[in-house]
Design a binder for this molecule. Structure first.
Ligand SMILES: *[C@@H]1O[C@H](CO)[C@@H](O)[C@H](O)[C@H]1NC(C)=O
Ligand SMILES: *[C@@H]1O[C@H](CO)[C@@H](O)[C@H](O)[C@H]1NC(C)=O
Ligand SMILES: CC(=O)N[C@H]1CO[C@H](CO)[C@@H](O)[C@@H]1O
Length: 543
C-alpha cells in the first residue's frame, strides 16, 4: 500500500512544472468564462431537495444506507442524470455488512479444571470483556486451547513464534504498536478460532476493555478484554504446568446489503486528468438528511445538469479535463462508498479508472445549514498521513474558494480538514482535495455572527451561541432546515471552482507543483501507515 503511494508521488514529480501564474480569476491573464457559475439556479437545487424529502417521507422518514429510501434516492439520481445530461453514468455496488449483536457475547476460561465465567457489560469500567464492532459470529462450546502471541502480534514473525501455533486456537494479542485491523488481518491469516485483544495496562486509563471497530472487511471473531483478564490468561497460556482453554459465543447479524455508488462523467475531456466532484447520497437513519447531506447531493445533481448543457453549447470553452460527478453510498457508516471507490481505483488498470487519473476531489457535504457559516476546508491543515503530493494543491484549492467569497464580498471561515468526510480516502491516496461545509454541530460564535451580520446585513448574521445546524442528524433535518441564501452562495462558489479548474491550461502542474512537493518531502519523511483504517476516520483508539 505504501509503495503505491510512493509511486504516485514519483509520477507526480515527473510532471514538468510550469507554475502558471494563475490566481484563480484568470487563465493566462484572460478572464475565465463564468457562465457555469452564473447559470446555476438555486431552484434547481431546491427541486432535488424536495424530491429527497418526498422519498424520505414515503420511506419511513429516512434515506439511510440499507433502506428502501436509499435505493429510491439512487433511482432518482440515475433517472435524473439519464434524462437531463449526456453523461456516462455508472452504478457500482459494494456489499455493506450489518453488525448487530443478537445477544450478549459470553466468555469463560478453564485453567487446570477451574472454570471462570467472565463479565460482559456495556459499562466498560465493570466489564472484563466487551464486543468488537464487525466481529464475525462464533460458538465454541468445546474447550479450545489458548495461545499468547508474542510482542504485539503486528508481524508474521510474532505469529510464527507463538507456542502452540495459533492455527485453530484462541489467540491473545496485546494492544499496541500497530492498528487493531492489522492484528486482525494476521489473526485471519493464521486461521485463529477467535482473536482476544486486551488492553496494555500502560496507564490507569488503559485497564478496562475499550470499544473498537475492526471495519467492514474484518473476517475474524474477536472480543476485547481488560488488561487484568488478558494478563491472567496470558500467564496461564504461557505456563507449561497449566492447561488453559476457552469457551465463548458471539452471535451477530452480519447480513450483506448491496449498496451503490453512482458516477456520471462528462463525455469530453481527458479521462487521465479527471476532476471528481463528490457528495454522499445516504442520510443517517434518524431523519431525512436534507441538509446532511441532501444539500450536497442535490447541488451535485444541479451542477451536473448545468455543466452538461453548457458543454453542449458551441461557444462555451470545452474543458481539457473530464469531470466526474459522484454520489457515494454509506458515508454515514464510515465513508464506505468513497473508501470502496478509492480502493478499487488503486487496483485498477483501466485508463480513466486509476487513482492516478484523478487530479482533484471536490467534496460537497452540508451546504445549507440554517445557522450557516461559509466554511472552506483549510488546505493548510491536511491530516498528518497526507502524502506530500496532495498538500500544495489542497492549499491552493482553499485559496481558490476564498477568492470567490472575497470577490463577492462575502464572509468565510476555515473549516476542519481532518479527513472525516468522503474526501478523506482521496486525500490519503495522494489526490488533492477541497470543498465547502456550512456547519454541523459546532456553535456559531459571537465573532462569526458579527462578521456575517456586518457583511451580509443583520438578519443573515445568524444566532450566536447555538449550533450551526440545530437539526444535525435529527428527524427535523427537513427542507425547512435549509438556509436558501447560504445554499445558493455555496452552489455558485462550487460552480466557480469547477469552472476555474476546468479552464486551467495545465491543471496538473497547477495542483501538483514539483518544487513545493519536493520541499515538503525533504522536510517530512513519508508517514509509515496507510490511511485506510476506519478507526482513524472516527478518531477511535487504534493501537
Ligand atoms: C436495494 O437495492 C439492492 C440492489 O438492487 C437490493 O439488493 C436490495 O435488496 C435493495 N434494498 C432494499 C431495502 O430494497
Ligand atoms: C497556503 O496558501 C497561502 C495563500 O496562497 C500561502 O500564503 C501559504 O503559505 C500556503 N500555506 C501552506 C502551508 O502551503
Ligand atoms: C462535512 C460534514 O460535516 N458532513 C457530515 C455529513 O455526514 C457525516 C455523517 O453524518 C458527518 O460526520 C459529516 O460531518
Amino acid at each position: 500500500m505504501m509503495i503505491q503511494t510512493i509511486q504516485f508521488v514519483g509520477i507526480i514529480l515527473l510532471f514538468i512544472n510550469l507554475i502558471p501564474s494563475v490566481t484563480g480569476m484568470t487563465v493566462n491573464n484572460d478572464p475565465i468564462d463564468v457562465r457555469f457559475a452564473s447559470s446555476i439556479q438555486i431552484d434547481d437545487v431546491l427541486k432535488h431537495l424536495n424530491e429527497f424529502q418526498a422519498i424520505a417521507t414515503a420511506s419511513n422518514g429516512n434515506r439511510a444506507a440499507k433502506t428502501i429510501g436509499f435505493n429510491r434516492t439512487l433511482d432518482y439520481i440515475t433517472n435524473f442524470l439519464a434524462l437531463k445530461t449526456n453523461f456516462k453514468v455508472t452504478k457500482s455496488f459494494f456489499n455493506l455488512r450489518n453488525f448487530q449483536l443478537l445477544r450478549n457475547p459470553t466468555l469463560s476460561s478453564t485453567i487446570n479444571g477451574v472454570v471462570k465465567t467472565h463479565t460482559y457489560s456495556t459499562n466498560l469500567a465493570a466489564a472484563e470483556f466487551y464486543h468488537v464492532q464487525y466481529s464475525t459470529s462464533v460458538t465454541i462450546s468445546n474447550n479450545v486451547v489458548l495461545t499468547a502471541i508474542p510482542n504485539f502480534g503486528c508481524s508474521d514473525a510474532d505469529w510464527l513464534a507463538a507456542i502452540p501455533s495459533p492455527d485453530g486456537l484462541v489467540a491473545l494479542v496485546k494492544r499496541g504498536d500497530c492498528t487493531f485491523e492489522s492484528k486482525a488481518i494476521l489473526a485471519s491469516k493464521y486461521n485463529v478460532a477467535t482473536l482476544l485483544l486486551y488492553n496494555d495496562g500502560s496507564t490507569s486509563n488503559n485497564m478496562q476493555p475499550i470499544y473498537i471497530n475492526l471495519g467492514q472487511n474484518n473476517r475474524v471473531p474477536a472480543l476485547f478484554l481488560s488488561y487484568n483478564l488478558g494478563q491472567s490468561l496470558v500467564s496461564a497460556a504461557n505456563d507449561p504446568s497449566r492447561v488453559a482453554t476457552i469457551r465463548l459465543s458471539i452471535v451477530t447479524d452480519s447480513a450483506l446489503n448491496p449498496t451503490g455508488n453512482i458516477c456520471a462523467d462528462t463525455v469530453t475531456g481527458d479521462p487521465t486528468q479527471t476532476i471528481v466532484i463528490g457528495s454522499h447520497s445516504d442520510s443517517v437513519p434518524a431523519g431525512p438528511g436534507i441538509n446532511d447531506n441532501g444539500s450536497g447531493s442535490a447541488t451535485n445533481l444541479a451542477l451536473a445538469a448545468a455543466l452538461s448543457s453548457l458543454l453542449q453549447t458551441s461557444n462555451y470553452p470545452a474543458y481539457k479535463y473530464r469531470v466526474r460527478f459522484c454520489w457515494w453510498g454509506a458515508e454515514e457508516l464510515g465513508l464506505l462508498g468513497a473508501n470502496y471507490h478509492v480502493a478499487e481505483a488503486k487496483k485498477a488498470s483501466v485508463v480513466g479508472e486509476r487513482i492516478t487519473d484523478y487530479l482533484i476531489n471536490i467534496n460537497l457535504d452540508m451546504l445549507g445549514s440554517p445557522n450557516f457559516i461559509f466554511g472552506i476546508y483549510d488546505g493548510r491543515t491536511t491530516p498528518t498521513n497526507t502524502p506530500a503530493a496532495a498538500k500544495p494543491g489542497s492549499n491552493k484549492t482553499t485559496t481558490l474558494f476564498q477568492s470567490w467569497f472575497d470577490q463577492n464580498k462575502l464572509p468565510w471561515d476555515y473549516t476542519r480538514f481532518d479527513g472525516r468526510s468522503d474526501y478523506g480516502p482521496f486525500l490519503a491516496a495522494g489526490v488533492v482535495a477541497g470543498g465547502l461545509f456550512s456547519g454541523a454541530d459546532a456553535v456559531k460564535t459571537t465573532v462569526q455572527v458579527n462578521k456575517y451580520a456586518t457583511m451580509l446585513g443583520g438578519s443573515l448574521g445568524g444566532t450566536a451561541g447555538i449550533r450551526q445546524d440545530i437539526c444535525y442528524h435529527q428527524a427535523c433535518d427537513k427542507t425547512t432546515n435549509i438556509n436558501e441564501f447560504a445554499l445558493n452562495k455555496m452552489v455558485q462558489a462550487t460552480a466557480y471552482a469547477i469552472e476555474t479548474l476546468g479552464q486551467q491550461p495545465n491543471l496538473k502542474s497547477w495542483l501538483y507543483p514539483t518544487r513545493e512537493i519536493q520541499d515538503i518531502n525533504r522536510n517530512t519523511p513519508p508517514s509509515q501507515y496507510e490511511y485506510d483504517s476506519i478507526n482513524e476516520y472516527f478518531g477511535l483508539p487504534y493501537n
